[in-house]
Structure formats: C-alpha cells, structure tokens
Design a protein around this ligand. Sequence first.
Ligand SMILES: [Zn+2]
Ligand SMILES: [Zn+2]
Length: 247
Amino acid sequence: MTGYISRNHTKKFSNEDYRKWFMNNCIPKFYNPSIHVLFNIGVLLAIIFFHFLRIEEFNQWSFIVMLIMLPVGNLTVTLIHQYPLHKRLKYWSFPYDAHTVQHHRFYTSEHILMNHKRELFVVMFPWFVVLGFATIIQPLFFYIFKILLGANLGHVISGSAACYFVFYEFVHTSNHLPLTHVVYKIPGMKAMRDHHLIHHNPKLMGSYNMGIVFPWFDYIFGTKWKSKDIPPDNINDHFIDLEKYKE
Ligand SMILES: [Zn+2]
Ligand SMILES: [Zn+2]
C-alpha cells in the first residue's frame, strides 16, 4: 500500500513540488546514478556476451530468430507496460507503484525532461529488477528454449532478449532527455520521444502509446494516440484510476 499512501499524500502537490518532494524523500542519500547505469548496462552486456560467445554455429536460422526477437521483445515490453505497470496487481503493487505512481507523477507530458542525473533513480529499472532478470528469468528461459530448440538457438534467444532490454533502457532514458541531445541524431529517436511524451499525459497514460523502442503494437492493438492534440496536462487526471483501488 506504500504507493497508494504516497500518491494520496502527494495529491495536493504541483508537478514541481512533487519532484522536489521525491528528490528529497524517496531517493536514498547514497544513491549514485553512475553506479546505477554501470550496474544495469554492465549486467545486461555480461548476459549478451555470455550467450553470444556460446553460439557454436551462426546460420540463417540464428539470424532469422534474432530478427524475430525484435517484435517478440517489443510485444513483451508493450504488454508488461500495459498491465503490471499501468494496472495495479492485487497482491503485487510494486510495478504499478514504481511506474504509474512515481515515474508518471514525476514526468508529465509538459514536464518530461530530466533535470538532474539523480533522476535516473525514477527513470531506469531498479538494479534489483535487472539482477532478478539476470539470475532467475534469463536462466529459466534459456533452459526452456534449450530443451525446445537446442542450446544454439537458446543462446541466440537469450542474448537477443538481453539486447532488447538494453534498447529499452537506452530509448526510454533518451525519451526524457532534451531534444538538443546527441541521441536525437539517431533516426527514429525523435518520433519515439514524441510517442512517449503523449503517453506521459496524465489522462492518456493508462490507455495510449504503450510501446517503447518501437510503436508497432500500439498500431496493431489500436492504442496509438492519433490526434494531433493532447488533453491539458491536468495533474488531477493522474488520480482518476486510483479511485477503483480505494476499497
Ligand atoms: Zn517515461
Ligand atoms: Zn507508462
């Protein structure tokens, strides 16, 4: 119930006040953004090297599977974003609290920029999620695919999944950087930033523009916001969906 309480407690705050409150009360004093980035990316790169260096034969099937992992990764992230991150699970509210309650309260469509490196605390995945991915989810999926498709393709799939995680962290973090940043020289980055900015509108966040990295499944699922206009950035809209969790 932490998120529920903290969201009600901050209901009267403007976005600016919430940011100040969060920076002073929710980010541990010992938090180091450089270590956070190095840990998340370092662990994911270690997984990528671990698997890709064990591919014994890289043939056309390996290449095809690697390409297929791009839409598979995109679908997985879109669904995770749509459900545990934006629909509160009854017995495990952490994903909802970390994403909807905190990340979306911190960044709205009119205030999407990171002002300080310490804000990476509320932008990147928590280190323990990456650790859980590396030590539980990755090995589990590798052994499942090893049994189903053989070790070679198991390594291709597992390494590609970790690659997609890196893409996610890179694109999502970039979405919160100013448009003058060098990352926007990469083709498509500005379009994904515009896509994500609409998602950060408090009224639209629960239903539209769930795709990160690519917007493919928003087009397929009909969750792409097509209008050129977005509703006013009314902070009270952020609390509408909380009403149904009151009981
Ligand atoms: Zn965001
Ligand atoms: Zn979201």
